[in-house]
Structures are given as C-alpha cells and as structure tokens.
Design a protein around this ligand. Sequence first.
Ligand code: PEP
Ligand code: MG
Length: 891
Amino acid sequence: MDKFVYLFNEGHSGMKELLGGKGANLAEMTKIGLPVPFGFTISTEACNAYYESGKTLPSGLIDQILESLNQLENNTGKSFGNPANPLLVSVRSGSVFSMPGMMDTILNLGLNDETVAGIAGLTKNPRFAYDSYRRFIQMFSDVVLDVDVFFFEQLLEETRESKGYSSDPEMSADDWQEVIEGYKAIVKKHTKKDFPQDPKQQLFLAIDAVFNSWNNQRAIVYRRLNKIPDHLGTAVNIQSMVFGNMGDDSGTGVAFTRDPSTGEQTLYGEYLINAQGEDVVAGIRTPLPIRTLSTEMPEVFQQFSDTCHRLEQHYKDMQDIEFTVERGKLFILQTRTGKRTAQAAIRIAVEMVNEGIIDKKEALLRVDPDQLNQLLHRRIDDSFERKQLAKGLPASPGAATGQVVFDADEAEMLTGEGKKVILVRPETTPDDIHGIIAAQAVVTSRGGMTSHAAVVARGMGKACICGCETLKIDLRGGKFSVGDIVVNYGDIITIDGATGEIMLGEIPMIEPELSDEFQVLLQWADEERDLGVRANADNPEDARKAFEFGAGGIGLCRTEHMFMDANRIPIVQSMILAETYEERNEALELLLPMQQGDFEGIFEAMQGHPVTIRLLDPPLHEFLPDKEELLVEVTKLQITNPQSAKLKEKELLLKKVRQLDEFNPMLGHRGCRLGMIHPEIYFMQAKAIFYAAAKLSERGFEVKPEIMIPLVGHVNELRDMRKLVVDAAKLVKEETGRDVYYTIGTMIEIPRAALTADQIAAEADFFSFGTNDLTQTTFGFSRDDAEGKFLQTYIEEKVLPDNPFAVLDQEGVGKLVEMGVELGRKTKPELKTGICGEHGGEKSSIDFCYQTGLDYVSCSPYRVPLARLAAAQATIRHGNKKAKDTFISIK
Ligand code: PEP
Ligand code: MG
C-alpha cells in the first residue's frame, strides 16, 4: 500500500516533491522542535492517484486520512465535532513550486451549528465565534461548493444597511447568527443541499477541491507561463487551528528575531493578550512591545526566546515570526526570512559572522549591493507617506528639500544667505555650474540620464532629477506648474533623486550613516574580491572622495569637465575661435597650467594609484553658446545697435557656431577625431599631464598616469595619437629631466574597435570599454533621444528587459566586450582591460565584467562601495581569476 499521508513529524525540508513547498517547510519546522500547530500533509502522489482513479479518492487514501486525523485529535486533545473542545483545521494547497492564488486557504473547517457554540463558550466571545462561522461558510461555499461570493456579500450588505451600520465591527453576535441563517439558505438554493454539518464530510470535500484546483484554468495558465510541469500535482496541508483569544493566558503577535531597522540583536515585535491575528492588524487595540511578555508570561517568553534562537541557528538568518499562545501554550504559525533596511542587513550579516552562524563569504552574499547606495545618501524617512507631484528620471540618488529657484546666480546668492535651494531649469549648461554647486539638488524638465545636469550632479553626489516633462517651467513668470498645481519661486519642494519623485513641502529625512559594520563588510569584500574597483573622477575633490570610498585608482578622468569651469570657458572659446595657429597656441598656453594644476591635485589625492586621463572627447561646439540663443541676441543687436562692436563679436561667434554645427554630434567630430584634426589640443593636454607628473615626482610622490584616447575606431587613429603623446612625454622629460612612468591606452566604445581589437592592441597598453558609447553605437540609439522618447515604452512592453544604458546588454554589447578582450589579449596577453561606462557601477554588469576577464571596473565615487561588494560577490560566485589591476582597502 502506497503511503499518501505524512504527519508533520514524519517529513523534512528535502521532501518538497512529495509534500510540496509548504508541507516540507512545516515538517522541517516540526522536526527541529518548533512548536508548530500539529497536522498532516497529503502528498502530491495522492493528487496524481486521485486523477488516475477518475477524480475519486482511492480507498487506501481515505483510510490514511482518517488515521492521521485520529493522531491529530490525540496530539491536540481536541476532536472533530466535539462542542466541548472542538478541533478546527485549516486546509491549504501546496505544490512543489509556489503557485500564488491557486486556491484560497480554508480556515476553521470543523465549525458547524454545534461547535460554533463551543468556540463561543471557550473564547467567551460569541461575536467572534459566529463571525468566524459565517466567514467559514462563505469561504467554503465559494472554494468547495462553487457558490459565487457575490450572493453572500450582497446579503451581508443588505443586513448591514437594514440595521443602519456602516461597517462589520458594528455587527453583534445575534446579527451574525441572522446572517448565518441567510448564508445557509443561499447554499441550499444554489446547491440544492444543506450546508454540510459533518466535519469529516467538510474535510473530504475540501480535499477534493484542492485536488481539483490543480487543474483549474488559473493554475493551468500559471503553469504554462512559468514552465511548471503538469504532472507534479499538489499536496494538501491540514493543520490544526489555534486561538489566541481564549482568555488572559492566550494571545497573538508578530516578531523579528533582530531589529529589522537597525539590525540590533534583540527581539523586536508586539503582541496582544486575548486576541486573534485580525485584532493586531485591525489596530483597534494597541499591541504591547514583545519585551513586556517577559513579565506577563515569563515561561512563554523564555520558550519564545529559545525558539527564536533555534530558528536563527537553523535558518541562519533573521526571521520574521507569527505566533499565538493558546491557553499558555506557544505556537509558531509562520516563520520566514525577515525584510530589513540596508543598515540592518549589513549589521546582521557582520554580527552573524562574529557569532559563528555564517561565514564571511555568506555575509558578503547576504547584502544587496544596491542597498549600499541608500546608505551613502540622505534619504526620505520610509515611514513618511509620500504624495508625488511629478516624476522624472532618477538621475542622481539622494533626497533634498529647498526653495525653488530658476536661475544659477539666484541659487548661489540665496545659498550665500544661508538658504537651501533647489535649482529648477529646463536644462543646465556649463554656465550654470556655480548654481549646481550651490543648490541642494537640481531638477530639469528636459534631458536624459547623461545630460549635463545628470553627469555633473552624479559626480558631486548631489540629488538630481532630469527629463521631468510634466513640469511646465515659466522662467519669466518665476514659476512652474504640473497640471493645475502652480509652484512659485521660493516655494519649498522635496525631491528624491533615487526614484525621480518631486513632492511639495518639507519631508522628514534620514542622514547617511557609515557604520563600523559597513567598513568591516567592505574590508571583507576587498579581501575576497579579485576585480579592481576604480572611480570616474574629474577633479581633486571627487578623487579624494573616491579614495575615501576605497577606489584603487581613477579609471576615467574626463578632461572636458575641466574646460567647462566658468573662468576657463572664455579661454576655451578663444581657442576654438582662433583664426591662426599662433592664436590657438596662445589660448592653449593659458589653459595648460590650469589643466596641469588639476592633474597635480588628482595625482596627489590618489597617492600613487593609477590615474587614467582621457583626452578631450566632446565636439567643440559644446563649449560655445547655444545657436538659437545667439541668433536671438544677434537679431536684437541688429535692430537696437547695428554698429556696435558687440554685434561684430556675436556675429563672428555665430559664424563659428554654424561652422561647427553638426547633424549628429554623437557620431560627429569628437573623440580622437578632434586630436587628429587639431593635434595641438591633445599635445597641450599630454604636456600638462607630464608636467604635473614630473612636478609631483619631484615632490616625492609616486605617479602612474595612464593616457587614454577616446572613440578610436581604426588602429591608425591610435597609432598617430600614441606618437603625439610619446612626443609630449619626451619633450617634458627633456625639459624637466624627470622620467615618468606612463602607459597609453584607448577606449573601446565603437563596434569597429571591438571587432579589430587585435590590431588596436598592438598600439595600446590598456583597453577601457566605454559602454555608454558602445551601447549607443551598437543599438544605434542616441541615449538622450531614446530615454526621452521610446525606451520607457520598450521596457514597459518588455521589448527590452532593462534600460541598456543602466544594465549592460550582455547578449549584444557584452558580446563586443568579450570579443574585444579576447582579440586584444591574443595580440598582447598582458593587456590590461577595464570598463568605465556607467555599467561599471551596476551589479549584474560587474558580474559580467568579472566573468569576461576584465581587470577592473570604474564607476562614480559614490558607487565605489557598491562595486567593491558586487566584485566580491562575483569572485565568490565564479571563483578566483587573478585580475591584474591593483586595489586598496579602506583603513
Ligand atoms: C563611455 O562612452 O562609456 C564613456 C565612459 O565615455 P562618455 O560617457 O564620456 O562618452
Ligand atoms: Mg564615450
């Protein structure tokens, strides 16, 4: 005879296929000695036998169920249908894979006209007893007898109305009894039979219903969608009900084994004496903190603490527990891994290592790298209920509150007066930089995740929202509107850069806190990881921040940001406008010491770690005023002051702007193409790097400059640019007498570069994959246009799984990265490879980079801790690979 039924003390967690996930879990909890309400599981094989015998319960199965029921009665001291001490059970389906909503749980099976009176007496709460009975009839009739809930709900509503009540809690025990009579009439009318009063009959009907639910339409569709085989079958769990409302020696509550918001090792939760779960949720009575249970029921509390300890030792993680005390006896109804804040996740992981519950590797895998990000930025208090005014792109995380201003000068001035402001602009330009520095946060109504505002704000670790198109900004009127709501200059708003939400008024914030445990976890990550983590930083301040966060070098210093400084832009413009070689050189000579100063600061901040400096990348027109605005100015001057020198100057500027104008700047005259046509610009930059390196080495610092050429598509471009850099190095060496160690490499950000990486490697000491441009050029998307226009729809409609500018497209762009590494190393086995696109700070992309054999990832300073943890996780998951980049750890 096959065994179809297993008491909870006969199974364990390894029996999922036979007992279903829930059944195996209940058996495991029973096995480790937890006080779980007793019960039994009818196996998935029984479900299959049920179908094989033409949807009837095989006789052997019926006997086994009756025998197990007997044991359950003995174990609980209660019995089916006995009004003095009735056994009530819950009936749940439970397959191997969780199939949400397959069949609703039936609670309180065993209630009938007699046992309900028993429960009324035992709980001294007839209202509760009759309410439970009417719920049972409603649920059972819906799930088992196939009577639509609509009829029950309609009757309940009519009864409530006729009595002048507005909600269920106003119903008395007598009222519920009246409803029950009505419910029974509904059942009789629709099934032509009385509602079953025999608990055993109720049970067998419910078991049939669970088995039938395996093949209902909902379940079949769900299985097909999730590729779950049809032959698995479902188990049925029958578990005794316990009641926390059987007097002052009973109660119910929820608790975490550790504080889920701080991670502190202390029981955290609350309970109510003489109450059921619904009472806790309903919030009518105020629950007591769990620690008072130690005085009210000391023995139960001791047992509860011991149980929590045992649970943690067994599941090796913080647990979220539901419990009930029935007449002095503790029952654990449910335990699951508890949700926690980022701060708690870190503390719990580290402390569990110290307590010997898990090892360091496990601790590192326990914390989601994305959670670290939250901790580095100020954020909105989770307990606050947000009311969103508008939503844009989450361009830079962090939260901020301030008065709305629409102008960078205004932002600077008000900040100088001690006010907090948020700069709101259609978009920002290099001219607004002082306003961005002064403001708490930046909001733009146009532009994508790589717009000027987004890039600058991220670099500064400042909150920013971009492309918030519902914001109608009226710069002249000093206001913006969203629908009917108008926000004026000076009004207070709060923004959340991590979600892109804008809210009215001030909202409570939580300050960032880097705990000791945070540092310890990252230290462990550094011990474990075999992938370098560098930072993208363009100035000494960002470099210092990056170093503080544990970056092992700079992977990308974008030199164009140094040109965008308000004091320098006029010189840059005169360099661009120069008519002759001499004029251009004059401007470049002025820029050289400025760049040199920047590089000295960065080298110093990085204390001997490598610094990759990329020569100028953007098209030159980005440093000139906007064409449309200039045209307006010129037209105005032509009317008001046609003879002025100013008009001549502006006309000249407009002519140059028109000359430099491009149909498609992303694919235009930028990157190394600038160096090829204007070698003097790159030559000046290379000299500035070497002068800075020579100066620092003279001061006793170690320096490791790595000069990087952007947007190379053909090896000849790199060959020419390499020669130019080598010449600059020679010249500086001759002048200073200092021999500086340096390398020359290239970005791989054009598909052709990846496809011909074997040729390109001959001229490169390193490759850095620029996956921002590589994604643009592989997909043929312009990022700003894509994110602003169609990408969101693509993601919502699952045309693409993710935004490929945030999460590396491994199948397409990733293939080019793999090819680039492989071909490059074929020519030059010692070739160093890294990534400096934004994907370098995204966990799944970091995992991919590690598997592809890159030596390092580089990301914005604020993402460095995240990247250190993700790199460690990749190493743990895939084993040690001996990457070649150096890295350091936070002291
Ligand atoms: C890239 O293209 O990935 C890159 C890092 O360069 P940028 O974003 O400056 O174009
Ligand atoms: Mg690029």
